[in-house]
Write a protein that binds this ligand. Structure first.
Ligand code: GDP
Ligand code: MG
Length: 178
């Protein structure tokens, strides 16, 4: 389901999951438009954006990004977005242990109902707020490792590790035989 146009040009459906307010929409906006809007609006339902990146080996990857709303009342809709997705990015806020708990809930959901060959990333966002950190990078890393996920800490505000997140995902995608 990693929809490939050919071996050199991949097209992938990516879904972002995580508690409301962790910065999912800001991560997408930073990646797609290179911007940070501190007044970003709460996502209703889900929104869609796409962005293509070129890798060193001249492969291109077009990410079709579904940015979901984190609110409980939309939780029942989540399977519509992660079903058929080849990549899931689960986001928490490093200043919020509750959001880390919520991230673990999403990982379990994906393990139960997602596609078994899904590439999964765990993202600790708001890494610029170091003085307010309440989830250690060690905890994030260990959880990710146990669940065979790629782990990274990002800041949508400063752009730290945002491109790296998507590049690392791209490298981990299963490649169609050429
Ligand atoms: P979402 O509900 O997960 O989509 O979260 P948003 O992207 O709407 O962001 C929620 C709030 O967190 C907004 O006020 C953002 O300005 C703020 N925010 C998002 N990313 C960062 C970040 O990396 N650092 C800081 N300091 N604030 C952020
Ligand atoms: Mg949002």
């Amino acid at each position: 389901n990693s929809g490939a146009t050919d071996a050199k040009n991949l097209r992938v459906k990516l879904v972002l999951l995580g508690d409301s307010g962790v910065g999912k929409s800001c991560i997408v906006l930073r990646f797609v438009r290179g911007q940070f809007d501190p007044t970003s609006k709460v996502t209703i339902g889900a929104s869609f954006l796409s962005q293509t990146i070129a890798l060193q080996d001249s492969t291109t990857v077009k990410f079709e990004i579904w940015d979901t709303a984190g609110q409980e009342r939309y939780a029942a809709l989540a399977p519509l977005y992660y079903r058929g997705a080849s990549v899931a990015v689960v986001v928490y806020d490093i200043t919020s242990p509750e959001s880390f708990q919520k991230a673990q809930y999403w990982v379990k959901e994906l393990q139960k109902h997602g596609s078994p060959d899904m590439v999964m990333a765990l993202v600790g966002n708001k890494a610029d707020l170091l003085e307010n950190r309440e989830v250690s990078d060690q905890d994030g890393m260990e959880y990710a490792e146990k669940n065979r996920m790629f782990f990274i800490e990002t800041s949508a505000k400063t752009a730290d590790n945002i491109n790296q997140l998507f590049e690392e995902i791209a490298k981990r995608l299963p490649r169609p035989a050429s």
